[in-house]
Design a binder for this molecule. Structure first.
Ligand code: OGA
Ligand code: MN
Length: 211
């Protein structure tokens, strides 16, 4: 098994504890700074080379591009040329998956993730990440890749919690993790380009814990 720096291991434990307690967790500076800036460069290169596609809402088959509801441009990591930064990110997510399984018994089986770029003015209206009729997406993870994000730049992840609203700035290195079936959330329009990696830990279709 991969050995992670102690700081990352401690971060995984805080995420597990938070998910068990409240269903969401926000960790500033979770990703090593150098990795976050490499991932930001990869996302920027994809964007500049026109290698990102307008994101759709709904599942394959009935997917629709509706920029007024969801305005980001994406590309699955599986579909990107392999590079050291992408591999390092996937290794960290594998560590988080194993850590969540050990402490929360969620039976998370695999991880899917895509780059996402929101041009100025784009957002994503309030939604849940678990599709109707497809219970596999279990835990959502967003890694933000925006250096020098300033108050007033917008683009916050807004979590609609039972007791309050929580806005998370998409600052480089921050991880937002939440239960895909229960945490309503949205992306507020940003004034600047906003880059991230958005992913989901999924269960196996035959997992007896599925509901
Ligand atoms: C999504 C999403 C949140 C964010 O892509 O489903 O909710 O902060 N993204 O980018
Ligand atoms: Mn979402």
């Amino acid at each position: 098994m991969t050995e992670f720096p102690a700081a990352l291991g401690e971060c995984f434990v805080r995420v597990s504890d938070d998910l068990a307690l409240q269903g969401w967790s926000v960790q500033a500076d979770a990703l090593p700074g150098e990795l976050a800036s490499s991932l930001a460069s990869v996302c920027r290169a994809l964007w500049c080379n026109d290698d990102l596609s307008p994101a759709a809402i709904g599942q394959a088959g009935e997917a629709l591009v509706m920029p007024a509801i969801r305005g980001d441009y994406t590309r699955w990591l599986d579909d990107c040329p392999p590079c050291a930064a992408n591999a390092a990110y996937l290794t960290i997510m594998e560590g988080l998956r194993c850590s969540l399984n050990r402490s929360l018994f969620l039976g998370l089986d695999n991880f899917e993730t895509h780059y996402a770029l929101y041009p100025p003015g784009a957002g994503y209206r309030k939604h849940l990440d678990r599709f109707k009729g497809n219970p596999l997406r279990t835990v959502s993870v967003v890694a933000y890749l925006n250096a020098d994000w300033q108050p007033g730049d917008g683009g916050e992840l807004r979590l609609h919690l039972a007791e309050r609203i929580l806005d998370v700035a998409p600052r480089s290195g921050t991880l937002a993790v939440f239960m895909s079936d229960s945490i309503l959330h949205e992306v507020l329009p940003a004034q600047r380009e906003r880059a991230s990696l958005v992913g989901w830990f999924r269960r196996r279709p035959d997992n007896p814990l599925l509901r």
